[in-house]
Design a protein around this ligand. Structure first.
Ligand code: AMP
Length: 278
């Protein structure tokens, strides 16, 4: 579907055949759908205006959708367009055929170094692209990582107000993905993403996030003290641990920059640059 051929405000529900529901969020549902003319399969996210009004985020959503429409990267879920009727806002999204990456992680327990490195490289490339475009407030949380039909990682988090309102609720109870400067309520910048890459890299390889603890307080302490340890498992190499240790650094200015992640020996040895895992 080409946005140039048909501007987003011209779409209507009659342009789509709606298929099975893919999931449910706080603000509505996501369906697989097909554009009638081109037969192009997409995911249609339906959000109730009443909900948006309740949280007073209709205008913010609109602004952020415009930003998202301009983001075109193989590892960022495309927003092709949007339209609305009296009660609902509809988002025309790229369809991620293989669903949530976390379901796959839970199924497998942990990923191989090749698979983990491929995902970390995909995420790093997507973040570098966003930073270049000065798109900030992207937080890569596990529930927002989807996989397309080839298994390519897609960040499905647009830093939307809807998403963050929802996330604040769903993340309530887990601090695992937050950088020390965030749990300590200090100012933060792009470098929080580099920290999160370290957390995800660890979780992809070990199946659990590094600072997991019985209580929130204990997780908080472990993050603050960067209480990082690597269980003795044969499937995680020295190079992988080196990359994780260089990302999970308390001083945000000393975390490995995105460019250097892409050049790291572990990435070079293991990642598939096409983003597709064999
Ligand atoms: P959300 O409201 O964005 O949290 O979406 C609810 C659920 O629908 C997600 O957890 C996914 O499993 C699924 N989903 C959302 N967007 C897509 C998409 N573009 N392609 C496939 N599944 C999706």
């Amino acid at each position: 579907m080409d946005q140039n051929q048909k501007r987003e405000h011209e779409w209507s529900i009659n342009d789509f055949e709606i298929g099975k529901p893919l999931g449910r969020g706080k603000f509505g549902r996501v369906y697989v759908a097909r554009e009638v003319k081109s037969k192009y399969v997409i995911a249609l996210k339906v959000i109730f205006k009443e909900q948006l009004e309740k949280y007073n985020i209709l205008h913010q959503l609109r602004r952020e959708m415009e930003i998202q429409i301009s983001l075109k990267h193989p590892n960022i879920l495309r927003l092709y367009g949007w339209f609305h009727d009296a009660e609902r806002v509809y988002l025309i999204l790229e369809y991620a055929h293989n669903g949530e990456l976390y379901k796959e992680l839970r199924k497998k327990g942990h990923f191989s170094e090749k698979q983990a490195a491929t995902y970390i490289l995909s995420l790093t490339k997507a973040l570098a692209y966003c930073h270049e475009k000065h798109v900030i407030h992207r937080d890569i949380k596990p529930e927002n990582l989807l996989l397309d039909h080839e298994g390519r990682l897609k960040i499905a988090d647009f830093g939307w107000s809807v998403q963050s309102v929802k996330k604040r609720k769903t993340m309530c109870g887990t601090l695992d993905y937050l950088a020390p400067e965030m749990v300590e309520n200090k100012g933060h910048d792009y470098a929080v993403d580099n920290w999160t890459l370290g957390i995800l890299c660890y979780e992809f390889l070990y199946g659990v996030p590094p600072f997991e603890a019985e209580s929130q307080e204990d997780t908080f302490k472990r993050i603050r003290d960067v209480d990082l340890n690597f269980p003795p498992t044969p499937h995680v190499s020295k190079n992988a641990k080196n990359l994780i240790s260089r990302l999970l650094v308390k001083d945000s200015s000393k975390r490995l920059p995105l460019q250097k992640i892409m050049e790291h020996p572990w990435i070079k040895e293991n990642a598939n640059h096409t983003g597709v895992c064999e």
